[in-house]
Design a protein around this ligand. Structure first.
Ligand code: 8OZ
Length: 369
């Protein structure tokens, strides 16, 4: 029998001792000019430190991994220094924070790439999607550039780039890292048949398409420890023009392979990211996915995300989920935990200030009196 308080009980997720099961989902906010985290970002995250866990916005592991204007990185010393202000502020406010490690793959533009190069991807297939550049300081939406296919002999260095960023995360004071394997970015591009037409050991079968994901996770685990590593997956999201012909067995295979690694948590986006939870054309059995993980010995916390409110969150916990990640609600409600406890009220997020800008729509949402 679940009670509203289940969401507010502590939980151990790997090495992470969390005060409650409310998680701030990763949210891209484009407020890091030059890819360097700012003091305003420290304020924003520390305002939200009553979450059991904060997951930062997606953070580029390399210049090549960047796909949007003013998203932060974690590959240069000044970025590590910038993030230190964030982790110190969150810890001073009693919170826990992990950074989301991101390589966008083909979801980029030559203007954002080192030396104006083409973005990289498993195969040279352009995404039917847009990214954001800044022209004279103003955001402009432009189609992503056609990528070039990565050579197999480039992949070991790419995998190490994730491990290097994970080590930088620990230097910056993070409690752990989340590997971003969702939403049509590089790892998801490798996973799914629509974007991966390779004929080498990284394409074809589910096993081959999951190879990069597993190598990345293993390298990150070797760098920072499994108990400080989580992963985010989105089996059926159409975000960034990705699709897989048969996602259920693919993701159950991934879950079984992740199970013995001892990760802190598995973070699942149910349905279309930021959109409908049910996709009639693309049904997916999340209960079977969790069962595949658990039956293979997986002990990581099971984190669910997408369109949750208090009632749905309680239902998920009653059904066996351990953590619930809230996205848009966290943009507008810095004290979301207190508001969930009180049953509301909730501030409404202003969509016009989601991406880019300053304090407005970022650090100025009020807490409950
Ligand atoms: C919104 C805008 C840009 C990037 C994701 C990192 O969907 C993102 C993202 C979201 O995972």
């Amino acid at each position: 029998m679940t009670t509203p308080h289940d969401l507010f009980t502590p939980i151990q997720a790997g090495a992470l001792q969390l005060a409650n099961r409310v998680v701030m989902a990763p949210l891209t906010r484009n407020r890091a000019p030059g890819a360097v985290p700012t003091p305003l970002m420290a304020t924003y995250y520390s305002q939200r430190a009553s979450a059991g866990l904060l997951i930062t916005e997606a953070t580029a592991i390399s210049h090549q991994g960047q796909g949007y204007a003013d998203v932060p990185g974690l590959y240069a010393p000044e970025q590590v220094e910038g993030w230190k202000q964030v982790t110190q502020a969150v810890h001073a406010a009693g919170g826990k924070v992990v950074v989301q490690l991101w390589h966008v793959g083909r979801v980029s533009h030559t203007d954002l790439q080192p030396g104006g190069a083409a973005p990289v991807a498993p195969s040279a297939i352009a995404a039917k999607t847009k990214t954001v550049l800044l022209k004279d300081g103003a955001p402009v939406f432009v189609p992503t550039s056609t990528p070039r296919a990565l050579d197999a002999d480039e992949l070991p260095a790419l995998v190490q780039t994730y491990a290097d960023a994970a080590r930088n995360a620990i230097s910056a004071g993070f409690d752990g890292v989340e590997v971003h394997a969702a939403n049509g970015y590089l790892i998801d591009q490798f996973l799914k048949t629509g974007t991966n037409h390779r004929t080498d050991a990284y394409g074809g079968s589910s096993e081959n398409r999951a190879r990069l994901l597993l190598e990345v996770v293993q390298a990150v685990v070797a760098a920072v420890g499994a108990g400080r590593t989580g992963i985010r997956l989105s089996p059926v999201t159409p975000a960034n023009d990705v699709v897989d012909a048969d996602p259920q067995p693919l993701f159950e295979y991934v879950a079984r392979q992740l199970a013995p690694l001892g990760l802190a948590y598995i973070h699942i986006i149910e349905g279309a990211t930021g959109g409908p939870r049910d996709l009639p054309d693309c049904p997916f059995d999340y209960t079977a996915l969790k069962a595949a993980y658990t039956q293979a010995g997986g002990t990581g916390a099971w984190m669910v995300n997408n369109g949750y409110d208090l009632a749905l969150a309680q239902q998920a916990l009653a059904g066996g989920a351990d953590l619930v990640a809230f996205g848009k609600a966290y943009i507008a409600n810095p004290d979301l935990v207190a508001r969930l406890r009180a049953g509301g009220p909730f501030n409404t997020p202003d969509t016009t200030t989601f991406y880019g800008g300053g304090a407005k729509g970022y650090t100025d949402y009020p807490a409950l009196a």
